[in-house]
Design a protein around this ligand. Structure first.
Ligand code: AMP
Ligand code: MG
Length: 349
């Protein structure tokens, strides 16, 4: 197994192995660009004569969205939207911002109680936006929760404006921005003429085409209990995957660990019996949204949700160390280390 490590793309971490092209007899080196955007180290590798142009276009596309969507940049459109909460202003936004806001709102409706794009005040109450992380008081938390209501966000896609109806409300696109950016990065690569590439936006990995030798890409999902190692490996082509887990961002207080994926029903970090959720699909932003939402939802609701759709596949890692893999991935899935303490089972329709 060891020799395979250098071939893996790693979801949920920022480093995409430099050796992705260096396996076996394959000689071709990709154009490779690593950059920091959306608070994450990102890596794009692209093969072929357009590779160099492609990786730069992909980076530019991601950076442009970071400028529009960041909640911590006071000049971003999201900051402007948040600053005008409750004052009646319909804030003009880029069509991309409007599209993402509408999409995020539709996810709130699809999985109510699991996902809410106006979760920002709760993120702030926990100090996740700053470095001053702490357990909020009950009063602080209930005041923050009172401001969480995705239905109080109005998006006018035709006129490209958005408005928050209640003062103090704030939008946080942290659950979907990287997936949206991954879609735009893929578009930029394809427009440049790239047919084989990997895009690693930290937790969101997209593979375009096959490896240069014609074989599928091997994408590794991090082990949520040991982020130096991996849970499983998936062999994939032309697809995107997103992993959400409590291990990505957390702090400890009085020996208890608190992570950054919030259950909007309680205002507390989701405790649904899952360690991580990976969503595999062709739709980048959907993958990102659902990995977050289904992490909150838990195993049963996630599998029920999967049964209702044809366009997604899942890998769930449960608190009791089972890896639940939906049947569409059966042929392409393997546990990274069969003796690593995890068992796996296939969920069927
Ligand atoms: P991800 O890493 O894609 O799972 O997204 C986690 C981020 O999404 C957090 O850092 C928050 O910015 C945001 N978030 C946390 N909980 C939720 C939720 N229940 N619904 C929507 N966004 C959330
Ligand atoms: Mg997400």
């Amino acid at each position: 197994m060891k020799h395979r490590i250098s071939f893996l793309l790693l979801t949920g971490i920022f480093l995409l192995c430099a050796g992705c092209a260096a396996y076996g007899a394959v000689q071709e080196e990709p154009a490779s660009l690593q950059f920091f955007s959306m608070d994450t180290v990102m890596t794009v590798n692209a093969y072929g004569p357009s590779g160099e142009d492609g990786v730069q276009a992909a980076r530019d596309a991601v950076n442009r969205l970071d400028g529009l969507l960041s909640r911590t940049d006071p000049d971003s459109q999201i900051s402007q939207l948040n600053a005008h909460a409750g004052d009646g202003t319909a804030v003009p936004v880029d069509p991309d911002t409007a599209e993402l806001l509408s999409f995020a709102q539709s996810v709130s409706q699809l999985l109510p109680g699991d996902f809410d794009v106006t979760i920002a005040p709760v993120m702030d109450a926990w100090g996740f936006t700053t470095e001053a992380r702490h357990v909020p008081s009950a009063e602080e938390l209930s005041a923050a929760l009172a401001l969480v209501d995705g239905s109080q966000l109005e998006v006018d896609a035709d006129n490209a404006t958005a408005r928050l109806l209640q003062s103090g409300m704030e939008v946080d696109l942290g659950a979907v921005a990287k997936g949206f950016a991954a879609g735009k990065a893929e578009e930029a690569l394809r427009e440049a003429g790239v047919e084989r590439a990997t895009i690693d936006l930290g937790g969101n990995v997209t593979v375009i085409g096959t490896r240069p030798d014609g074989n599928p890409w091997r994408v590794a999902v991090k082990d949520p209990q040991n982020t130096e190692s991996y849970l499983c490996v998936l062999e994939l082509e032309d697809v995107t995957l997103s992993t959400s887990g409590g291990y990505e961002r957390y702090f400890e207080e009085d020996g208890v660990r608190y992570h950054h994926i919030i259950d909007p029903k309680t205002g507390y970090p989701a405790d649904s019996g899952l360690q991580s959720v990976t969503v595999v699909t062709a739709n980048h932003v959907l993958a990102d949204a659902l990995s977050t939402a289904l992490f909150v939802a838990g195993e049963e609701e996630a599998i029920d949700f999967w049964r209702g759709r044809e366009d997604i596949e899942l890998v769930l890692c449960t608190d009791d160390n089972r890896v639940v893999v939906t049947e569409g991935l059966e042929e392409v899935f393997q546990l990274y280390d069969p003796d690593g303490g995890y068992t796996y089972e296939i969920a069927r329709r």
